[in-house]
Design a protein around this ligand. Structure first.
Ligand code: FES
Ligand code: FES
Length: 168
């Protein structure tokens, strides 16, 4: 057994793990982060996407021991995040999911895309989702959902910028 210390969703956690334990299993079974879905378990489908030190990563092809000292964010850690809130509303109104199995990974990937890109286009979103597989939706609703979230965030930031001079 190896002792590891990680920061998961802002909380520091120390645990003993077997060297062969996958990060995805550690997050699901030991931390209770059930948003980390397992699909292919080969790093292909993106269902297990998380943020590892701020970068998207596949939890199914990382060992927990390799992540000693890392900062990890799962969907559970983005509950109060305004970008994630806009994305969830977009997925809801634009029918961005059916069975929902791919959705946590899609949301993490979309969140990363919105944070990194100033210019959000359907083509750019499709490119970002080349790392995530959905077997239900045909992707059209997902792309619309992310566009909608980008529009929502842009209009909300415009409104708050307009309010600021008169605000306090
Ligand atoms: S379960 Fe990790 S990429 Fe498919
Ligand atoms: S909504 Fe079912 S796999 Fe994407």
């Amino acid at each position: 057994m190896n002792e590891i210390t990680l920061t998961i969703n802002g909380r520091q956690i120390t645990a003993s793990v077997e060297p062969r334990m996958l990060l995805a299993d550690f997050l699901r079974e030991r931390i209770g982060a059930k948003s980390v879905h397992l699909g292919c378990e080969h790093g292909v489908c993106g269902a297990c996407t998380i943020l590892l030190n701020g970068q998207t990563a596949r939890a199914c092809i990382a060992l927990a021991v390799e992540c000693d000292g890392a900062q990890i964010t799962t969907l559970e850690g983005l509950r109060d995040d305004p970008v994630m809130d806009a994305l969830c509303r977009g997925f809801h109104t634009e029918h961005g999911l059916q069975c929902g199995y791919c959705t946590p990974g899609m949301l993490i990937t979309a969140h990363d895309h919105l944070r990194r890109k100033a210019d959000i286009t359907p083509e750019g979103i499709r490119h970002a989702f080349s790392s995530n597989i959905c077997r239900c939706t045909g992707y059209a609703g997902i792309v619309r959902a992310v566009c909608k979230a980008a529009d929502t965030l842009a209009s909300e930031s415009t409104i708050s910028a307009q309010e600021t001079p008169h605000g306090n």
